[in-house]
Every structure is written in structure tokens, then in C-alpha cells.
Write a protein that binds this ligand. Structure first.
Ligand SMILES: CC(C)(COP(=O)(O)OP(=O)(O)OC[C@H]1O[C@@H](n2cnc3c(N)ncnc32)[C@H](O)[C@@H]1OP(=O)(O)O)[C@@H](O)C(=O)NCCC(=O)NCCS
Length: 440
């Protein structure tokens, strides 16, 4: 028997992460960090993880917010901050506070990102963090008759200078402030700066690190994946927190302009950044321009696609043969997995309500798309369906794929554990399949 290293979960996690680390090496990731996170005690861990990204050869640009620091300063001086259309109105007095807040966040960030990791050779490879006057700004001007004062918008970003620093293996820190050619300073929106920086650098990812876990659906559940259109619809129907709502316009602009992924994660959850970047399923909400993986109920029109998926496996004896007629009659049991409107897999759930059991059958992922996590998504889908139907046990019969099910929590079982009707069919089929059950 092959021995396993005692910390098996570490080995698995490392194997899962390695291809993602390899993929992201030399690519640019923009991290937009809320000032609430920088100010929280949880930031120490996150800062260490950010430093590690730099050491893994990923080009890291950090954009920070200032909202919490400004609010605290304004509270101390018992002044309130007027705003219009979600943007602060910055008068001369506020601008002084904004500059002060910006300086404080910057120093806190620099300090946290300068900490070496104890007990590791990384102590010797401290990341260099560069900041500078990368952004030229212009005033927002007068909107709806309201003078926005020193609240501004981006005029130009010096990408050449940022790239030069990234090439030299430095991390770049960008503040939400910009200067005009006449030497005036303007306060900018962190989300806008982060999106423009990500667009201009053709970043692989733009990660917004906030206090929230991500986007929530109407029942308060975290939504893992969203296309740009789905995000727009969801934000209209289900109000999100102020912090998350503020990100939408910049997120959509970044996606439309070629940033492949925008991700929202919580800075309070230790390890969330690594989970988002280096695991199949991430930790927060991942947004992309095009439709994501989508699992839906099958319809009769799907039969040709199902046949294309299952026939080669029937011929090999991996799956029992199902005729066109059978599929037509049982189409309601099937679900289809689509990615960008292409069918990549299917699965069926046959219910035995009397025994409160369900059979997972016909689980297939196209050979071109295997090992991308689709099989696991289909399994999750069936588990959710079975739970919703109040079933207590899921079972499956397999001749070739037992190991895959065992690794996902299924236990060996015997024929007598199956519903009677299924036992009879088992004997008729005479395929000698192994039986697996999963308590729900
Ligand atoms: C089994 C199947 C659905 C998995 O789909 P998938 O999208 O490739 O699965 P995931 O990406 O979620 O998981 C991939 C992992 O499963 C492993 N795996 C794939 N087939 C396996 C098998 N027959 N036995 C054990 N492990 C298997 C892969 O090596 C990979 O391992 P990794 O995590 O170390 O990378 C797919 O391989 C398939 O369609 N197989 C043929 C049909 C089949 O056997 N269906 C089951 C009928 S009961």
C-alpha cells in the first residue's frame, strides 16, 4: 500500500494550487483593498499572503481605499461629509482630511507589507513596495448644479512607470488620489482607480477585498459565479450592501474592457485570497464577461447532446445503454451543464420517494472538459436536488468510477441497500456494478 504523508490535506491542497500558481506567474493581479480591511486586525494575515504572491512571481498592484480613515477623522472633528450620486463632495477642509487619511492608510499598508514571515527563508526576500504620482486627475466639476470640489476622476495613468516597477519585481501601491497638471490634488474613487489600472495593465484578475464575503442572492446565500449580465440583473433585483453596490459600475467596465475575472472576497476570512486565486471553487464571488458554468433541467432538444456524451461510454461498458426512447421518457430526470452555452456534461437523478432514496446516474463530462471541476459541480447539483426533494440517501452504481465517488464521500454498500425495484433491475442488468451510498 502507498504510504501517505501524514498531513494529507496539505498535499492535496498543494497539488490543486500548483497549476494555478504556475498559470499566474508573471501575470498581473490588481488587489483593491477596502480601508476597513486595512484598519482591521485581520489585515496582518492578508498582508503576509499578499507578500507571498509577490514572491511567487505574480505581479501585484495594490490599490487602497480611504473611506474608513476619512470617516474616523471627520467624526473626530464632528463634521459630516456631504455626498452626491454616491461620491463624496470634497471641499478644501475635507481635502486636508483626505490627504491625511490617505497618508495614514499608506503607512499602515507599507508597514504590514514589510513584515517578513518568521521561520521561513522569505525573511530574507522582503518585497519592495513602490508608490508614486502615477495618476493625473481632473475635477468631476459641477453635477446637477452641485460643485463636487476636489472630488475628481482619472485623466491619465502612467502605465509605463507602473510596468517598469513590476518588471523589476516590485509591488506597486496606488492611492485613490491624483494630481492635475496645475498641481491640484483630487480625491478619486478606489473602485474606478482599481478598474482603470487593471484595464491598462491587462491584468489577469482584479480582486476587490472587502468586509463582505461577496454577492448574495435573495435568500442571503453567497453567489459563486456571475456573468456581467447576471450581475446587473441580480443587483437590480436583490439590493447588496453599500460597499458591494459601489463596485458594480467599475466591475462591469473592467470586464467589458478585457479584464478576465473580477473577484469579490472577504478580507476578514483568513486564506480567502489564496482560496480565490489557487483553488477550483474560490472563496467569494467571481465575475466574468461571458456566461459562466450553468446547470439546468434537460429538455427533449438536449437528447442529441446527451447521446453524444454517453454513447462512447456505453460502448466501453462504463454506462448502461439508454435508447432515444428511454431518454425521451426520462428527460425530466436529466440536468445539463453548460459553459458559455456549450454543453459539457450531464447527470440524472432518479428518485425513489418511498425509500427516500435517489440514484445519481449517467454522470458524464465531455472528454475535452474533464478535470476542470465540472463533475464535482454536477454531483453538487444532484445532491442539492435530492436534499430539496427531502431524500435521505443518494446512491450510485459504478463499474469504473468507484474511486471518484469514494473520494467524494460515498461509501461502499451492497445490493440489499438499494430500493427493491432497483435491486430487481440490478440483477436483470447483470453488470456487476459496485454500489455506493452517500447519506445526505
Ligand atoms: C467521472 C467524471 C464525471 C469526472 O468528471 P470531471 O469533470 O473530470 O471531474 P472533476 O474535475 O470534478 O474531478 C477530476 C478528478 O477526478 C479524477 N478522476 C477522473 N476519473 C476518475 C475515475 N474513474 N476514478 C477516480 N478518479 C477519477 C481525476 O483524475 C481528477 O483528479 P484530481 O482531483 O486529482 O485532479 C468524468 O471523468 C467522466 O465523465 N468520466 C466518464 C464517465 C463516468 O465514468 N461516469 C460515472 C458513471 S457512474
Amino acid at each position: 500500500m502507498t504510504e501517505t504523508y501524514e498531513s494529507d490535506s496539505f498535499v492535496r491542497a498543494f497539488r490543486e494550487a500548483a497549476p494555478y500558481i504556475h498559470y499566474l506567474r508573471d501575470k498581473t493581479v490588481v488587489l483593491a483593498i477596502s480601508s476597513h480591511i486595512v484598519a482591521s486586525p485581520d489585515f496582518a494575515h492578508l498582508a503576509q499572503d499578499i507578500s507571498l504572491l509577490g514572491n511567487l512571481g505574480i505581479k501585484v498592484v495594490v490599490v487602497h481605499g480611504v473611506r474608513k480613515y476619512i470617516n474616523d477623522l471627520m467624526q473626530q472633528s464632528q463634521t459630516t461629509l456631504p455626498s452626491h450620486l454616491g461620491r463624496r463632495i470634497t471641499n478644501e477642509h475635507t481635502l486636508i482630511k483626505v490627504k491625511q487619511a490617505c497618508g495614514e492608510v499608506r503607512f499602515d499598508l507599507e508597514a504590514a507589507l514589510s513584515v517578513g514571515q518568521s521561520n521561513s527563508p522569505q525573511m530574507l526576500t522582503r518585497n519592495r513596495l513602490i508608490s508614486g504620482n502615477f495618476i493625473s486627475a481632473k475635477p468631476l466639476g459641477v453635477i446637477d448644479g452641485i460643485d463636487m470640489g476636489y472630488s475628481g476622476t482619472i485623466r491619465r495613468i502612467d502605465f509605463a512607470m507602473i510596468k517598469q516597477h513590476l518588471q523589476q519585481h516590485c509591488m506597486v501601491l496606488v492611492s485613490p488620489m491624483g494630481h492635475s497638471l496645475s498641481g491640484k490634488t483630487y480625491s478619486l474613487s478606489m473602485a474606478e482607480v482599481a478598474a482603470e489600472v487593471a484595464i491598462g495593465l491587462r491584468a489577469e484578475k482584479l480582486v476587490f477585498i472587502n468586509e463582505e464575503d461577496g454577492v448574495l442572492d435573495a435568500s442571503g446565500q453567497l453567489v459563486r459565479n456571475l456573468s456581467a449580465n447576471q450581475a446587473q440583473e441580480l443587483f437590480e433585483k436583490t439590493p447588496q450592501s453599500k460597499a458591494i453596490s459601489r463596485l458594480l459600475p467599475s466591475t462591469l467596465k473592467a470586464l467589458q474592457s478585457g479584464v478576465r475575472r473580477v473577484q469579490y472576497i472577504s478580507g476578514h476570512l483568513d486564506g480567502s485570497l489564496f482560496a480565490e486565486l489557487f483553488t477550483k471553487h474560490g472563496s467569494g464571488t467571481s465575475l466574468a464577461q461571458n456566461a459562466f458554468v450553468h446547470i439546468r433541467q434537460a429538455i427533449s432538444d438536449d437528447i442529441p447532446d446527451i447521446i453524444q456524451l454517453i454513447r462512447p461510454l456505453e460502448e466501453k461498458g462504463v454506462l448502461v445503454r439508454r435508447s432515444h426512447d428511454y431518454l425521451d421518457h426520462h428527460i425530466n430526470e436529466f440536468a445539463m451543464l453548460e459553459h458559455d452555452e456549450q454543453v459539457y456534461g450531464c447527470v440524472a437523478l432518479k428518485q425513489f420517494p418511498h425509500e427516500k432514496m435517489g440514484e445519481l446516474a449517467c454522470l458524464v463530462v465531455s472528454p475535452y472538459a474533464q478535470e476542470g471541476g465540472y463533475g464535482e459541480l454536477l454531483l453538487e447539483h444532484v445532491k442539492n436536488q435530492a436534499r430539496a426533494a427531502k431524500l435521505k440517501t443518494l446512491f450510485c452504481l459504478s463499474t469504473h468510477t468507484g474511486e471518484w465517488f469514494s473520494e467524494r464521500g460515498f461509501q461502499d454498500a451492497c445490493i440489499e441497500d438499494l430500493p427493491l425495484e432497483r435491486q430487481r433491475q440490478y440483477h436483470q442488468d447483470a453488470r456487476g456494478s459496485h454500489v455506493f451510498v452517500l447519506p445526505l
